[in-house]
Design a protein around this ligand. Structure first.
Ligand code: 5RP
Length: 256
């Protein structure tokens, strides 16, 4: 939070002269990560309300930031037709709010999709999948007219890859995919005790940082037999991003 303080002082040849000076300082009014997530989710609700019509389908992502969005859009549920969800968990939360959740196969258009990210760069290329929902997230993104990414400032990076890259894998291909990921320079770690909503496994790949061409890496990993998809969202990045910072919400469009 910024405060403006007026002070009156000055010393000139030992004579005190009254002067006015305004100093802008940032006081330690730290907004915690949860408050940032709430704030950015509210910004996304305001944005989405401008876009939707009574027959609109809203795409809903997965994770703690997406959960904030669900809770904040709930009072406006009468302003759109229904939602599609990128995970069973989000579908459950939506239904608890009395919000209709449609199967993606039954809709031909998703007006807007709102989801969080584990990392985002200035091109709005993302790493996603910390919550193991990357495949369904990518599918809903593919259908949506617009992908709105929401995150707190801890997710903003110059180069992707510090967050281990999630890869969804068909169970019987786990070892093969692991070996192929090593050939690409990664350090794959099987995410223990996690089965995705699609019945598959997750491998988290460390040591890709800094990822040079996210598009090239996304394509290469997806070509490994047994990979369902990986958590890079670079071939189809976010269309717009709302980032919650200590100084307010910043709206980003993809840098060229
Ligand atoms: C789930 C995701 C989430 O969007 C990502 O993990 C961010 O989650 P959070 O909002 O809890 O930080 O990709 O698969």
């Amino acid at each position: 939070m910024l405060y403006e303080i007026m002070i009156l002082f000055s010393l000139d040849n030992h004579r005190i002269i009254l002067e006015k000076q305004v100093i802008r300082i940032t006081l330690g009014c730290f907004v915690d990560q949860n408050e940032l997530k709430q704030a950015v989710a509210q910004a996304a609700v305001d944005y989405v309300l401008e876009k939707i019509e009574p027959d609109s389908i809203v795409g809903i992502g997965t994770g703690s930031t997406a959960n904030c969005f669900i809770d904040l859009i709930a009072p406006h549920k009468h302003k759109f037709l229904a939602t599609v969800a990128s995970s069973e968990g989000s579908a459950e939360r939506l239904k608890e709010h009395g919000i209709a959740v449609y199967e993606l196969n039954t809709v031909s258009e998703v007006t807007v999709y709102v989801d969080g990210a584990d990392e985002a760069n200035p091109r709005l290329e993302l790493v996603k999948g910390g919550g193991a929902a990357l495949t369904r997230e990518k599918i809903v993104t593919a259908v949506a007219n617009e992908f709105v990414c929401i995150a707190d400032e801890s997710k903003w990076v110059e180069h992707l890859g510090k967050f281990p890259l999630p890869v969804e894998v068909i169970p019987m291909a786990r070892s093969h995919v692991g070996r192929e990921l090593v050939k690409l320079g990664g350090d794959p770690v099987w995410r223990d005790n996690v089965v995705t909503d699609n019945g598959n496994l997750i491998i988290d790949v460390h040591n890709f940082h800094p990822i040079g061409s996210a598009c090239a890496l996304e394509e290469k990993i997806n070509q490994i037999t047994g990979v369902v998809t990986n958590g890079l969202f670079a071939l189809k990045p976010a269309d717009v991003m709302f980032l919650a910072t200590q100084n307010g919400i910043v709206k980003h469009y993809p840098a060229p």
